[in-house]
Design a protein around this ligand. Structure first.
Ligand code: SAH
Length: 211
């Protein structure tokens, strides 16, 4: 269930679903998704679905993780990335193998602590974590070449747009519970360009901290 063959089948499905960035597919192929789940669910890690990680939160479907990563990297190599919603840490782990540094913010402490252990296990040393409400970004560490949110605000927080470097890309689901779209915002010299990618379903971006 957790073998390389099962993982390779997952990657093949993601490719068929339309993800074509080979470096993203390679990282999916080499990253053990099952260690990002509690033991009782680990056998389902390579299914084509989102999975619960506790606290009413979910680890996104493999396709969505790959697609968002591909969109973040679409303008070329990326050095500093901000992620909102560390959750299980799987998306963080994928990013950390493709960019120089990942700054990841999570509001639920216990999820963050489990994710931290997983990064240690995989020896991913370029991940920097913060227990905070990420809705305002992480201004001290910006500007970022990429910002990726794995929770959906009703509207794009302007603080996030402001923390993008010129040419930087913000990949974020936006909208209410049953009506969300994945969008990409690209910062240009004189403003922002926006692309709507597809309908998605994410947990909401919530204010405040959980110990
Ligand atoms: N990237 C995660 C997805 C987790 S689901 C993974 O691969 O597993 C979204 C996460 O966003 C949850 O862990 C949730 O607690 C977190 N979140 C929601 N609102 C937040 C906020 N305002 N600041 C930081 N994290 C937030």
């Amino acid at each position: 269930m957790t073998s390389q063959r099962t993982r390779a089948r997952m990657v093949e499905r993601v490719r068929q679903q339309g993800v074509c960035d080979q470096q993203v597919l390679d990282v999916l192929n080499s990253t053990p998704r099952h260690i990002f789940l509690d033991e009782a669910l680990a056998h389902r890690a390579y299914e084509d679905s989102a999975l619960p990680i506790g606290h009413n939160q979910t680890l996104s479907q493999p396709y969505i993780v790959a697609r968002m990563t591909e969109l973040l990297l679409a303008s070329g190599p990326v050095s500093r990335v901000l992620e909102l919603g560390t959750g299980s840490g799987y998306q963080t782990a994928v990013l950390s193998q493709l960019v120089e540094r990942v700054y990841s913010v999570e509001r639920i402490r216990s999820l963050q602590e489990k994710a931290r252990q997983r990064f240690g296990l995989l020896k991913l040393h370029n991940v920097h974590l913060r227990h905070a409400d990420g809705g305002m970004g992480w201004p001290e560490k910006g500007p970022f070449d990429g910002i990726l949110s794995t929770a959906a605000p009703r509207q794009v927080p302007k603080e996030l747009m402001e923390q993008l470097a010129i040419g930087g890309r913000l990949v974020i689901p936006v909208g209410g519970d049953n009506d969300q779209e994945l969008i990409v915002i690209i910062r240009q010299n004189d403003g922002y360009e926006q692309q709507i990618i597809e309908k998605v379903r994410f947990v909401p971006l919530v204010k405040g901290l959980v110990r």
